[in-house]
Design a protein around this ligand. Structure first.
Ligand code: CP3
Length: 360
């Protein structure tokens, strides 16, 4: 991999590359979201898509969340489905229902109609990243361990294809798997088109200053190992390799992936996201420590009393055993209703554990 910075200094990027750090970096999936009053204040005046598409708003909510929590990385505020618009697929977010795609992809013709030549229409995400970088780099300088990591992101081919085919979220992925099993050429063409658009999108984000790209394969846990390896791994590997060639580490994340992790590792991603159903020490050992790991507190633990929360946070850090290459995070996103002070407490618990460890 050609690295953007030959000696990364921020503890977040160093941890992604399994280099030693002064303390474990911490950030949260969905750290800017509906649990946070400052986000809801912006959200009252703007739709989710407006916030995503207006760089000054996206940058504001990204920065506010990172500063309020005191985390080591800021993930750009955007959404997985944004690339659907330049591909010619309309969608909307319906209150309480999540995303709805009005004309799902089901046939070879549907796939043929998808466009791959308009990724530059997503440049508003890169613009938001530039604003976030300017804010943090001007304030904090770019040469200390405390420099915030800026995370760009995109969906993985399988997870995005599943939204396109199902028309929204799904429980059993019947339409997706039927197309995958019965129309293999169509499936492959769809995934190839997604890779073309996603790699162009990720490239814009890296050029704008993203230090790391996280690839969300949130729903890959719906696949058996055989199906993952046959229908998903090769194309995901090509996306990971392509984005790594832009000079940044890749975090590859999925949910319910305990049995898939060794196969997910074959994508060549630098970091794998772990959900909370997999004990971190088992998972990492199973991966032969061949990549970094991110995780893996159950996000619902954030509803517990601080003492239990502290115990769970410290247990995860104990499992990581100070080995270089652990990024503290949740196993999935923060949910609405989560007490903000408990999220802030996790940051404190991570720091206190580390300073205790370092006392001679
Ligand atoms: O702080 C951050 O994490 C950055 C923001 C972010 C959003 N979406 C904003 C958002 C990120 C990283 C995403 C990624 C995303 N989008 C994923 C992968 C992450 C995961 O959870 O595994 C997925 C599956 C999507 C698609 C999507 N967007 C769904 C299924 C929903 C509805 C979920 C719900 O809880 O209702 C969204 C909406 C969405 N995207 C919200 C936010 C803050 C909440 C809705 C709102 O503000 O109106």
């Amino acid at each position: 991999m050609q690295e953007k910075q030959s000696t990364p200094v921020s503890r977040f990027v160093r941890a992604c590359l399994r280099r030693p750090v002064d303390r474990t970096p911490v950030w949260f999936l969905r750290q800017a979201g509906r649990y946070m009053p400052e986000y809801m204040a912006v959200r009252r005046h703007h739709t989710l898509l407006e916030i995503c598409r207006r760089p000054e708003l996206a940058a504001e909510v990204t920065i506010t969340a990172a500063e309020k929590l005191g985390v080591d990385a800021a993930i750009i505020f955007a959404d997985l489905l944004l690339p659907f618009t330049p591909m010619g697929l309309d969608f909307e977010f319906q209150a309480g229902e999540g995303p709805v795609i009005h004309h799902p992809i089901r046939t070879a013709d549907d796939v043929d109609r998808l466009r791959t030549d308009r990724a530059e229409e997503l440049s508003y995400v890169a613009e938001a990243i530039e604003k976030v970088c300017t804010h943090f780099r001007v304030r904090g300088g770019a040469d200390s361990a405390d420099t915030l990591g800026i995370i760009g992101f995109c969906g993985a081919p399988f997870t995005l294809a599943s939204y396109m085919i199902e028309g929204g979220g799904s429980r059993n992925y019947i339409e997706t798997k039927t197309l995958m099993y019965r129309q293999l050429a169509v499936w492959q063409r769809l995934l190839d088109k997604l890779v073309t658009v996603l790699s162009a999108f990720a490239r814009q984000q890296v050029e704008a200053g993203a230090d790391v790209i996280q690839i969300f394969d949130s729903w890959s846990g719906a696949l058996s190992i055989e199906d993952y390896r046959e229908f998903v791994l090769p194309v995901t590997k090509s996306l990971v390799r392509e984005v790594q060639s832009y000079g940044v580490p890749i975090i590859y994340f999925g949910v319910d992936t305990a049995s898939l992790l060794p196969s997910m590792r074959e994508t060549g991603a630098d970091v794998l996201g772990l959900d909370w159903r997999t004990p971190l020490d088992h998972a990492w050992r199973n991966l032969d420590y061949a990549c970094a790991v991110q995780g893996n507190l159950d996000p619902i633990t954030l509803f517990a009393e601080p003492e239990l929360l502290r115990k769970r946070v410290h247990h995860i850090l104990h499992q990581a055993a100070g080995r270089p290459g652990h990024i503290f995070n949740l196993g999935h996103g923060i949910v609405p209703g989560t007490p903000v002070e408990n999220v802030q407490a996790v940051v404190k618990f991570v720091r206190e554990y580390n300073s205790r460890e370092h006392v001679p």
